[in-house]
Design a protein around this ligand. Sequence first.
Ligand code: NAP
Length: 294
Amino acid sequence: MTATLIDGKAVAARLKQRLYEHTIRLKEIHDLVPGLATVLVGDDPASEVYVRNKNKMAQSLGFHSRSHRLAANASEDEVLDVVKTLNADPSIHGILVQMPLPPQIREAAVLDILDPGKDVDALTAANAGLLMSGRARLVSCTPMGVMLLLKEYVGDIAGLEALVIGRSLLFGKPAAQLLLAANATVTMAHSKSRNLPELCRRADILVAAIGRPEFVQGEWVKPGAVVIDVGINRVQGAEGASRLVGDVAFSAAAEQARAITPVPGGVGAMTIVCLMRNTLIAAMLAAGLDPALL
Ligand code: NAP
């Protein structure tokens, strides 16, 4: 392997420490304790783990943390009522409704009543619009994690060709906006794109968020490119045990790239810490404080 390994765990640990110190100062100087509420509907095991980890990290940072659990057959109105109560609660600055929701609950209905100031996943139309207008306050966590990794490992990306594969609301679209705001020349690809290998070969920064194991081939990677693998896919290993792989064929891509994120230990490590960062930002904005220092 010739590429530098982008150590998301280490960057995330340093960011977490900064957030911790900031939280202590907020409490001492402003008597402000950030509050995060999670809402979990149903009993999907993966969602349960995600929500538990989010609450645990919030507590470890000294945040006030609360979790709401609803049955898998909860009605849309029941979920909306919980969100409305949290919207009105001044001790809660961030509300995270764990997606996906059961089919009887429309995600758009939930996002439409969620207070954009407490939307720490940055999925509401208001926060997407602010990002598009260059006035973002809360930015989607995984794209923000990617930008922080690029800042640390690449620095200025102005003028570089960036390709984002995937156009989801959660990742692809906000990631493209952030790369554009950082003056990269951005291309977005998706399942209908033609000539994906060619698009990849042009990219100085190749970002894959597809959800297909090891889909991006090593020979598609431009020599010297920076590869950011957002995908998290569980596959069966040789001995029957499952393991996690990304959307990029890691070993072959690492022979071509200048730097690459591993899976796990790359982008994934940043996401949860960026959620905490958003909660802190939301708390500061609610108190009329400037979050620019974060
Ligand atoms: P998603 O909503 O399913 O979006 C997948 C995107 O990939 C879509 O835009 C789709 O195109 C595109 N795509 C599918 N097949 C393709 C192909 N053959 N060629 C080119 N593009 C193709 O997924 P997501 O939520 O963005 O997540 C993507 C991956 O990132 C998943 O593995 C997920 O687990 C992971 N993820 C990780 C984190 C983290 O914390 N590290 C956070 C979020 C997501 P169309 O729009 O045309 O269908």
